[in-house]
Design a protein around this ligand. Structure first.
Ligand code: BJW
Ligand code: ZN
Length: 242
């Protein structure tokens, strides 16, 4: 993999690198992306039609079962060389902010210490009605189980379409995008707002913006550098060139 020398220079001089990740970085860990064709049981549904409060109100069992299946995939998944390369970046640059749209926790598992989770975490469960977190629903075989506090329905603590992102996470993400010298956008289709705006914020603020993705995205024509390929290959090569 050819990494431009000018990009390595920019990384060596950077005091703060911000990184936006999407489902593509976990694809090599066996976690399916959103806009790839779903398989088996779920092939007939579009994730966009399951990840909404309306879908949950309409058919809570269907949405709960989809998340139970995905929670199982995430539990079995381990970080891949892309996640580990980003964790190693912390040893090379004074400040690294990982802004992730993923709910799988794999950046933490790989050892990254400053991770901003924009869309929540699939391993946490809260009440749809009162938002109280619940750790265990053993003995409640209903799908979804009910909240011990208010008898509402339990749901994953993730951000669905039409829901507000956690305000502190969003503010931290904008702050990082606006103050970094290098911004890496990795494995995201760049279709979902407000995350999709972050690389453009970074460009506006004068950062070097790098896209790492095997496929083109709306960012491709604007990025300072585009590295085409899977992040599990490109990121270790980037770190090796440091
Ligand atoms: C690889 C690879 C490899 C493959 N290596 N790469 C402005 C304009 C228009 C619309 C809006 C707007 N602002 C807000 C909206 C509405 C909406 C939105 O964005 N709609 C668009 C679809 C048009 N946004 C929202 O509703 C957000 N909320 C909001 O803005 O609230 C405002 C508000 C204010 C006041 C009151 C109330 C509300 C919320 C968005 C929530 C998104 N949630 C989901 C589900 C999370 C839970 C879960 O996991 O189930 O987040 S949807 C889904 O999409 C998930 C992802 O995080 C997100 C992004 O997907 P991602 O990660 O980019 O994955 P893919 O599959 O799309 O792409 C994978 C990429 O990887 C591809 O490019 C591949 O090529 C690549 N790849 N292999 C590297 N090996
Ligand atoms: Zn409740």
């Amino acid at each position: 993999m050819d990494i431009p020398a000018t990009l390595i220079d920019a990384l060596r001089q950077a005091r703060h690198v911000a990184v936006l990740t999407g489902a593509g970085i976990s694809a090599e860990s066996g976690v399916p992306t959103f806009r790839e064709v779903q398989s088996g049981l779920w092939a007939q549904y579009r994730p966009e039609d399951l990840a909404t409060p309306q879908a949950f109100r309409r058919n809570p069992t269907l949405v709960w079962d989809w998340y139970t299946w995905r929670r199982g995939l995430v539990r079995q998944a381990a970080p891949n060389p892309g996640h580990y390369a980003l964790a190693r970046l912390e040893g090379q640059v004074p400040r690294v902010s990982i802004i992730t749209q993923n709910v799988d926790g794999l950046h933490h598992q790989a050892g990254s210490t400053h991770v901003i989770e924009l869309h929540g975490n699939i391993q946490r469960t809260v009440c749809f009605t009162c938002r109280r977190p619940t750790e265990s629903w053993e003995g409640d075989d209903r799908r979804p189980p009910h909240c011990p506090a208010c008898d509402g329905l339990l749901r994953p603590d993730v951000v669905w379409f039409g829901e507000r992102l956690p305000p502190e996470a969003l503010a931290a993400a904008y702050e990082a995008a606006q103050h970094c010298q290098v911004f890496l956008s990795i494995g995201t289709s760049g279709l979902v707002e407000p995350a999709a705006s972050l690389p453009f914020e970074a460009l506006r603020a004068g950062a070097v913006v790098v896209e790492i993705n095997p496929q083109p995205t709306p960012l491709s024509d604007h990025a300072t550098y585009v590295l085409r390929g899977p992040s599990g290959v490109v990121l270790p090569a980037l770190l090796a060139a440091f």
